[in-house]
Every structure is written in structure tokens, then in C-alpha cells.
Design a protein around this ligand. Sequence first.
Ligand code: SF4
Length: 367
Amino acid sequence: GMPAVPPPPLAPRRQSRQIMVGSVPVGGGAPVSVQSMTTTLTADVNATLQQIAELTASGCQIVRVAVPSQDDVEALPAIAKKSQIPVIADIHFQPKYVFAAIDAGCAAVRVNPGNIRQFDDKVKEIAAAASAAGIPIRIGVNAGSLDKRLLAKYGKATAEALVESALWECSLFEEHGFRDIKISVKHNDPVVMVRAYRQLAEQCDYPLHLGVTEAGPAFQGTIKSAVAFGALLAEGIGDTIRVSLSAPPVEEIKVGNAILESLGLRERGLEIVSCPSCGRAQVDVYTLAEQVTAALDGLPVPLRVAVMGCVVNGPGEAREADLGWPPATARGRSSSRARSSRPSRSRRSWKPWSRRRSGLPTRWAPN
Ligand code: SF4
């Protein structure tokens, strides 16, 4: 078949100023980048660099490491030097760690205004140090650690509260002429999160780092992130994304890349166009789709493969794909051989996401 030509994007990208996170441009029309965060002890340099290597191999473009202690600070120079991708130091409470991370050669520093009250008098120094090093700051607001003053004002972490917190923190840096900033306003509820980013997008021109925080285990987190990022990216909002999953960070990268591919914001890698199957199926679509995915996943070329259960839509989809089942020659054929290879009804390969949620019986009992 012909290689699939991606359709035009759903909306023009929001005009944001561009920052550089190491070698990766963020904002200003740069491709939306995908990032994750290591789960190793940052102080364990080898383990952290090992995880960064795995993340890099899976398509991660920027990585963040937590810096909660002096041991972690001391590991930063080696990690920043040996990582293949830019390293952002994630710092919550200690201004002195911000300076240390900048000295260590980190590509950016993330600070959280909710935890930053004690930073107020330090902002000038942080701005000067980041400026001198030529690195940006991420202002990372999180619903779970919202500034107490704003929590009191709004009653809870509303979209308005998240945005006010972020813009207030930006203003502290702007007072010192520092605008090398990107912002995140994360919430665990995609509805609040989308509303917050929409407001933020209107009120500033900083590049935006999208995230649904504490999104949950892989399935729920994938859905929440895909829905929220999808809504925003479809409007042109978002310059870099981080999917948060209670799962290994490589999974976050796979999901992040798949979200961008789905919206045509990144060249598609392997795309399986497979049908849900139905009573017409002449092959076991579930198994075939899984086998095809397993066999081709990770190929460094864009490939669209159609796996269709029968000839109703099969030849049409296969024509649009690089590879397809049934092959075009199968068009209109319903041979006894094909019939005899109909899938067993046991659907052995299907692993349901959730069993018995409703409490209703899952077995049908003939009467
Ligand atoms: Fe059913 Fe055929 Fe459509 Fe698959 S392609 S869902 S088997 S009609």
C-alpha cells in the first residue's frame, strides 16, 4: 500500500516563547517533546544513568530527577554529564539545591511555588544564577501542594488557583528580568487540568509543560492523560508533555509518544489498524493483532499494518496500510479454508482490564 500521509494538524500551535532545555527546544513552534522522571534514588548514579539510558532508548527527550537530599545533589554533576538527554533537577524545598543543580550542569531546574515561600527572597539570586548559566526554570504548580494562601482564597485547588499560583511565581522572576520559564499546572482531574491550561495559555506566552498529576495506574493514567492532553493539544496548547503513571517510566514514554502520534504531532511509528472483530471474523483478530504488534514493535520505521477479521473493511484498510491482513488477493473470498480457521470463541488471548466491576455474573447460563 501507499505510505499514509498524515492529515494536517487539528489547530495551529499556540504561539509561545521558546526556551532551550539543553539541546531540546521547547515552545516557539518546536515539536512537542516527551519527558519522564527517574524512579531510582538519584544518589545512585549508576542506577539512575541506567534508567536514563532505557528512557532515552524508548524515545524520552528530557528527563527529570528528584533532588531531595544532599546525596542526590552530589550525584548531579555525574548524571548531568553522562546522560544522553537533558537532565532537569526537581527541587522542592531547598534553595541551596537549586544553586547546586545549576552548578552541576543540569539543563533546567523545576521549582514548586507552593513550597517556595522561603524562596521569596532567593528568587533574585536564583534568576541571576540561571541567567548566568543560560538555563530555564520550570514553575511547576501541583494541586497537591498548592500555596496555602491560594488554598485559603479559593477553598480548593481550582483551575483559577493553579493559574494564579503559577503567574504569581512568574511575576517574582519577571521582576528580575527573568523570562526563561516554562510552566505546568497539574491536577489529577483532567477537567480541572484542561481548564487551568486553557486559562494559562490565554494569560501568558510561556511554553507549557502538560501533565495530569497522580494520574493513577497504567490503564487509568493512560486514559486520563490521553484525554486531557488530547483536548489541549487539539487546540494547539502544550509544548512538552509528561505522562504520570504508577508504572515504570518507560511506559510513560510509550504512552506520551503514542498520544503525539495519534494527533499527528509526531511521525507515527508502528500503527496497528485492527478491527474489534465480530461474528464475521475469519481469523482470531486479537491474537493476530498482538502477534503482529509483538513482532514489529520498536522497528525504527513508520509502518501501518492492517489486521482485519474479514473482507468487509479488510481490503480497504489494507490498501491504506503498508502491510495488511487479509491480503488484497483475499478480497471477496470466503473459502472453506478461511472459514475453518475461524477463531475459537474462548478468546484466550484477551485479558480484560477489569473483571466483574458491576458485580453481575460474567457467565451466561442457558436455561
Ligand atoms: Fe467484523 Fe470484518 Fe469489521 Fe472485523 S472487519 S469488525 S470481522 S466486519
